[in-house]
Design a protein around this ligand. Structure first.
Ligand SMILES: Nc1c(NC[C@H](O)[C@H](O)[C@H](O)CO)[nH]c(=O)[nH]c1=O
Ligand SMILES: CC(=O)[C@@H](O)COP(=O)(O)O
Length: 138
């Protein structure tokens, strides 16, 4: 059994709740345990994973968050830099599932976060579990 840390950027409560439900259900369905920590926004996700990895308590990570386009270039900064940070850690060999939604509007985000629709939280958890299995096998 693996112990998986869900790191959630809680920017939109109702959307985060759906992503979390999907991720937790997928981890439990696979027979693993989990904890959750919360950070302010998607830009904090990579740094939080680094801090958690230093504790050596977790086998894999699920990064969750929602970035919805506003009026300015901030959307690109938050979307691209959070993904870049997570990808850098992935390339260091840390199993991470990226469940950060980057959408044009709230309706797109709802469809993707809802466990009964696209279930991107569950999908990110499954990706983390798959990468952990690969790491253990290689
Ligand atoms: N606009 C969104 C943000 N912005 C906040 C940043 O992620 C960060 O917390 C702030 O710049 C302080 O470092 N975060 C999201 O997760 N979603 C957004 O739509
Ligand atoms: C991530 C965003 O684009 C948004 O939260 C920020 O909105 P704005 O660009 O209108 O400041």
């Amino acid at each position: 059994m693996a112990h998986i840390l869900i790191v959630e950027a809680r920017f939109y409560d109702h959307l985060n709740d759906m992503l979390l439900a999907g991720a937790r259900a997928a981890i439990e369905a696979a027979g693993h345990s989990h904890e959750t920590i919360t950070v302010p926004g998607a830009l904090e996700l990579p740094g939080a994973i680094v801090l958690a990895e230093d504790t050596q308590r977790f086998d894999a990570y699920v990064a969750l968050g929602v970035v919805i386009r506003g009026e300015t270039y901030h959307f690109e900064i938050v979307s691209n830099e959070s993904a870049r940070g997570i990808m850098a850690l992935t390339m260091d060999g840390i199993p991470i599932g990226n469940g950060v939604l980057t959408t044009e509007d709230e309706a797109q985000a709802v469809r993707r976060a809802d466990p009964a629709q696209f279930d991107k939280g569950g999908g990110a958890a499954e990706a983390a579990i798959a990468m952990l299995a690969l790491k253990q096998r290689l």
